[in-house]
Design a protein around this ligand. Structure first.
Ligand code: RIB
Length: 316
């Protein structure tokens, strides 16, 4: 049985241009395609976990505008709960300006968080019951930090497992990190928060140890071409990147977090959840866009079995 996941984070509309290469500052390059769709790290992660089969409620905020309506319509079509999608009467729905390099599938993003950077204390207070009764709270750093800290405090006081995806990269107070059960940075975010440059598995262990000294219980680090790494008090493990044909890497980290948290919610151990995250992230890069690129459970299970063998109840 899947336990209850609450994702508290951003929704923004993704405006994506694809081109043969990314422009250098001051340069204009002609692109080949434009895509508009639902994005934002919080929302993407909630969609990924939902499609993977988790019982998810998303808390986010949009503006009273056409982008906000698109978000709610998208969630309804996905069969997701929209009761905690707040609407800001003054601030616009956020958007992200994304460029994708068609040759490498890499991207550059400027995010304008808009309404989801304006989650009020009253908004958070109205989610107290929801957050306190969750099994897992998944948060990121793409919303206003006062709201983030308030939500994490509610979860922490209620003994909810707190998973923090440290994207986009930002410095964080140690008192906040002490409340986190599992942190899921990429290598850039891990460097900012621990001071360790990660080039090898040993470096990843060192960075994870710094997080654990700060009070985080378990650490997962996504490492791009090196794969993904996890460490708890008993052991650590690096799993390699899965060989897939990448067309757009935008949102791969979000897919990873959604798949990872779904597995945790099903009671799988940290290292099995790491594999589910890896598989979900790999599948998402084979499709264009962010939320729309999140895979369903059937695709996840098939790729999981192909690379890691038969699925069992507790672990791989
Ligand atoms: O992680 C990818 C997401 O980051 C995009 O969907 C974009 O909205 C930015 O927030």
């Amino acid at each position: 049985m899947s336990r209850k996941v609450v994702v508290f984070g951003s929704y923004v509309t993704d405006l994506t241009g694809r081109s043969g290469r990314l422009p250098v500052p001051g340069e204009t390059v002609k692109g080949s395609a434009f895509l508009m769709g639902p994005g934002g790290k919080g929302s993407n992660q909630a969609v990924a976990a939902h499609r993977a089969g988790a019982d998810v409620t998303l808390v986010t905020k949009v503006g009273s505008d056409v982008f906000g309506t698109m978000a709610v319509d998208f969630y309804k079509k996905e069969g997701m709960d929209t009761s905690y999608v707040f609407v800001d009467e003054k601030k616009e729905t956020g958007c992200a300006l994304i460029l994708v390099d068609e040759t490498t599938a890499q991207n550059e993003i400027v995010v304008l968080s808009g309404a989801c950077d304006n989650i009020t204390p009253e908004d958070v207070e109205s989610c107290r019951e929801l957050i306190a009764s969750a099994d897992i709270l998944l948060v990121q750093l793409e919303i206003n930090f006062d709201a983030l800290f308030q939500a994490v405090d509610i979860a922490w006081e209620a003994g909810v497992t707190i998973v923090l995806n440290t994207a986009p990269a930002a410095k964080l107070p140690d008192e906040f990190l002490r409340r986190i059960d599992i942190v899921t940075p990429n290598e850039t975010e891990a460097k900012l928060l621990t001071g360790v440059t990660i080039e090898t598995e040993e470096d990843a262990k060192k960075a994870a140890a710094v997080f654990m000294e700060k009070g985080v219980k378990e650490v997962v680090i996504t490492l791009g071409s090196m794969g993904a790494f996890a460490m708890n008090r008993e052991k650590s493990e690096l799993v390699g990147r899965l060989p897939v044909e990448a067309v757009d890497t935008t949102g791969a980290g979000d897919a990873f977090n959604g798949g990872f948290v779904m597995a945790l919610a099903e009671g799988k151990d940290l290292f099995t959840a790491l594999r589910y995250g890896n598989v979900t992230g790999a599948l998402s890069v084979t499709r264009k866009g962010t939320a729309p690129s999140m895979p369903d459970r059937k695709a996840i299970d098939e790729l999981y079995e192909k690379h890691y063998g038969k699925i069992t109840a507790g672990g791989y």
